[in-house]
Design a protein around this ligand. Structure first.
Ligand code: 13P
Length: 256
């Protein structure tokens, strides 16, 4: 089964509106864009509109980095699914480990965000991944099972096409410590088996699972070349057009 690659840049809390325009123009100029890959950039909420405009009719698709689950109301500081869509997002990231660590995100709130985003036809990148202590304690698979099952509770099989999972081991994020390709592939295979158990083997075979955690041009090819690794969710390296494009090119080479 060949799954379309996804190369996504999570900009985190970086880039003003002007910087967003500059980075997108720089990516466009490098000539790495292609419709063979789902290319996604996730700027801060404030720059979503500018990013969508700068992307124009290229293959760049815009994602928000988070979303609340209610449509509107007294929820100071929150942004609803329809609002991010109106601002130009076609995708949203939910459950990033930084949100779990610093902002009280739980499996239950990830699930609510996922369902609310799907309800307005947003595509969703659901992040899962273990902390260093959990890996060292031999709990990696248990954590991935819990997070995956929790995220997908009540999500119908018909919606799965809209969802991508990102495996991001927390100990590899922003640390320069990448999971080895073997570690990534093993974790992805485990997540895929969990999706098969929750849904069907066919649904699991179609599910795209991205690796995230210190992905950079020199390690991209080896990681994305693995059977169960269907692309990358890139933090730091997505802030440089040359590096982001180099990962897209590396991904394409593995799937040529
Ligand atoms: P880095 O690529 O900077 O390690 O970040 C990974 C990440 O958290 C992407 O969501």
């Amino acid at each position: 089964m060949s799954r379309k690659l996804v190369i996504a840049g999570n900009w985190k809390m970086n880039n003003t509106i002007d910087q967003t325009r500059e980075l997108i123009h720089a990516i466009k100029k490098r000539g790495c864009l292609t419709h063979k890959v789902d290319i996604v950039v996730a700027p801060p909420f404030t720059a979503l509109r500018a990013a969508a405009k700068a992307a124009g009719d290229t293959s760049i698709q815009v994602a928000a980095q988070n979303v609340f689950w209610e449509e509107s109301g007294a929820y100071t500081g929150e942004v609803s699914p329809i609002m991010i869509k109106e601002a130009g997002a076609k995708w949203v990231i939910v459950g990033h480990s930084e949100r779990r660590q610093y902002f009280g995100e739980t499996d239950e709130t990830v699930n609510r965000r996922l369902k609310a985003a799907l309800a307005v036809d947003l595509k969703v990148i659901v992040c899962v991944g273990e902390m260093l202590e959990e890996r060292e304690a031999g709990q990696t698979f248990a954590v991935l099972d819990r997070q995956t099952t929790g995220a997908f509770t009540g999500v119908g099989a018909a919606d799965l096409e809209q969802v991508v999972i990102a495996y991001e081991p927390v100990w590899a994020i922003g640390t320069g410590k990448t999971a080895t390709a073997d570690q990534a592939d093993e974790a992805h295979a485990h997540i895929r088996a969990r999706v098969a158990a929750l849904y069907t083997p066919e649904a699991a075979a179609a599910m795209r699972i991205l690796y995230g955690g210190s992905v950079k041009p020199p390690n991209a090819k080896e990681l994305i070349g693995r059977e169960h690794v269907d692309g990358a969710l890139i933090g730091g390296a997505s802030l440089k057009a040359a590096d982001f494009c180099a990962v897209i090119t590396a991904g394409l080479e593995t799937h040529a």
